[in-house]
Design a protein around this ligand. Structure first.
Ligand SMILES: Cc1cc2nc3c(=O)[nH]c(=O)nc-3n(C[C@H](O)[C@H](O)[C@H](O)COP(=O)(O)OP(=O)(O)OC[C@H]3O[C@@H](n4cnc5c(N)ncnc54)[C@H](O)[C@@H]3O)c2cc1C
Length: 383
C-alpha cells in the first residue's frame, strides 16, 4: 500500500479555518481604532463592543454555559489569537483573558457561581481576570503571601496582587491565595467591599493592567473554586490550556511585522534598486519567513495536542510558547531594522508591534523559567 498523499495531514480542519476567517474579519474591523486601543490602559469600548458582537468570546467557556465547544479548545483559542494579535494587542488580550480568567471557575466553581457568571463571560457582558503575581512574587509563585481564612460562613482575603491584566475593569477576579498549609483559588466579585485597584505601572506596550488589593475582603464559602488546597492544580490546568495560545498571538504579530517590512523593502529604493534586492535584506526577509513558518508549525501541532490532552502535552505547549515568542522578538526586531528610521517612528504600526511583542517573552511563563522546567523534565525522564 502506498501512502495517501491526497490528504493534507497538516491542514487545519474546516471548523478551525472558519474560526480563523471570523477572527480575521473581526481583527480587520478594529483597524480604525486599534492604534488608540493599543495605547490605552483601560478597556476600549469600541473594541469590546465589536468583540462581543463577533461571538468569539464564546470559545472561552464550555458549552454548558453558552460556550462554543463542550470544553475550551486550545487550538481554537490559538488560531483566533493569531489573527487578533496581528492587528491589535488590546483586542487579543481582551479575548484571551475571558478564558484565562474564568477557566478555573469553569473547572471547579460552585454551580451557583458558574451558572450566574460564565454565560456573562461567554458573551463578554462580564470581564474576567486572574490574580497570581504579587509585588514581590513573580515566577516563584509558591512564595505568594495573599492569605485566605475561613471565618464562620465566609472566607476573608488579605493581600496585594500586582500586574493583573484587566485589573480595574474586570467584573471578577480569580485569586490564588494561601489557605492553611496549601493554596486555593477564589472567585472574588470586583465590587466586594475591601477590594480596590490602583495603576502604579505604565508599561511600554500599554495594557489594561492594575494592582488589586484585598483588605479584609469577605466572600461566601461557595466562592472557593474547587477544594481547599486545589489552587495550584487549577492554575496549572489553566496554563496547560492557554499557554499555547500565547504562541499563536506571537506568530500573528511576527507575520504582521514581516508583511510591513516586505512592503517597505519592495517600495523603498536605495543604491538604484529596491531594498528587497540589496545586500543581506532579502536573506533577512527569507529568514523571518522561515522562522515564522517553523514557529507556526510547532504552535499548531502543540495546540492540537493540547486540545486533546492539555496536561499531557504541556511540554509541547511550553516549547511552542518559547519558540514563537522568541521568534516573534527576532522577527519584529529584524523588521524594524529593514525599515531603517521608518521602523522607529512613534505611532507607526511596526513600532506598535515592536513594543507589543516584548512582554510575551515574560508573562505566562518566562522563556528561562519554561526552559528550566523543560530541562528538569528532560533530565529526569529522558526523551
Ligand atoms: C503585560 C503583562 C500582563 C500580565 N498579566 C498578569 C495577570 O493577568 N495575572 C498575573 O497574575 N500576572 C500577570 N503578569 C505578571 C507575569 O505573570 C510575571 O511578570 C511573570 O510571572 C514573571 O514574573 P516577574 O516579572 O516577577 O519576573 P521574575 O520572576 O522576577 O523573573 C525575572 C527574570 O529572572 C528569570 N528567572 C526567574 N526565575 C528563574 C529560574 N528559576 N531560572 C532561570 N531564570 C529565572 C526570568 O526568566 C526573568 O527573566 C503580567 C505581566 C505582564 C508583563
Amino acid at each position: 500500500m502506498s501512502p495517501d498523499t491526497t490528504t493534507d495531514l497538516f491542514a487545519l480542519p474546516e471548523t478551525y479555518r472558519d474560526l480563523q476567517d471570523r477572527a480575521r474579519e473581526l481583527a480587520v474591523s478594529v483597524r480604525d481604532v486599534a492604534a488608540r486601543a493599543d495605547e490605552a490602559s483601560e478597556t476600549d469600548p469600541d473594541v469590546r463592543a465589536r468583540l462581543a458582537a463577533s461571538g468569539l468570546t464564546a470559545l472561552a467557556v464550555p458549552a454548558r454555559w453558552g460556550g462554543t465547544f463542550d470544553a475550551v479548545d486550545s487550538l481554537a483559542m490559538t488560531v483566533v489569537r493569531e489573527q487578533l494579535a496581528a492587528e491589535s494587542a488590546h483586542l487579543d488580550s481582551m479575548f484571551a483573558m475571558q478564558g484565562i480568567g474564568s477557566y478555573g471557575l469553569a473547572l471547579g466553581g460552585s454551580d451557583a457561581v458558574r451558572d450566574e457568571w460564565l454565560p456573562k463571560v461567554a458573551s463578554l457582558e462580564a470581564i474576567a481576570a486572574l490574580c497570581l503575581t504579587e509585588p514581590h512574587v513573580g515566577s516563584d509563585l509558591k512564595a505568594l503571601t495573599t492569605r485566605a481564612e475561613v471565618d464562620g460562613d465566609r472566607i476573608v482575603l488579605n493581600g496585594h496582587k500586582s500586574f493583573i491584566t484587566n485589573g480595574g475593569d474586570a467584573d471578577f477576579y480569580s485569586v490564588l491565595a494561601r489557605e492553611d498549609d496549601g493554596y486555593s483559588l477564589f472567585f472574588v466579585p470586583a465590587d466586594s467591599p475591601g477590594l480596590s485597584t490602583e495603576r502604579p505601572h505604565q508599561i511600554i506596550a500599554p495594557h489594561v493592567l492594575a494592582d488589586v488589593i484585598f483588605a479584609d475582603v469577605a466572600i461566601p464559602l461557595d466562592h472557593r473554586i474547587g477544594e481547599p488546597g486545589q489552587g495550584f492544580s487549577l492554575v496549572l490546568a489553566t496554563l496547560a490550556t492557554f499557554r499555547v495560545s500565547v504562541a499563536g498571538a506571537a506568530v500573528g504579530m511576527a507575520q504582521s511585522a514581516l508583511a510591513l517590512a516586505l512592503e517597505h523593502a519592495n517600495a523603498r529604493e536605495q543604491f538604484g534598486g529596491p531594498l528587497s534586492k540589496l545586500g543581506s535584506v532579502p536573506e533577512h526577509l527569507a529568514t523571518c519567513w522561515t522562522d515564522i513558518e517553523a514557529a507556526r508549525s510547532l504552535t499548531y501541532r502543540a495546540a492540537a495536542a493540547s486540545a486533546r490532552d492539555a496536561r499531557g502535552s504541556l511540554h509541547l505547549s511550553s516549547m511552542a510558547k518559547v519558540v514563537a515568542t522568541e521568534t516573534c522578538g527576532r522577527v519584529v526586531d529584524r523588521s524594524v531594522q529593514i525599515m531603517g528610521r521608518f521602523g522607529i517612528v512613534r505611532g507607526s504600526d511596526i513600532e506598535r508591534l515592536y513594543r507589543a511583542a516584548r512582554p510575551a517573552r515574560i508573562y505566562e511563563g518566562s522563556t528561562e523559567v519554561i526552559l528550566d522546567s523543560l530541562a528538569r523534565q528532560l533530565v529526569k525522564n529522558g526523551l
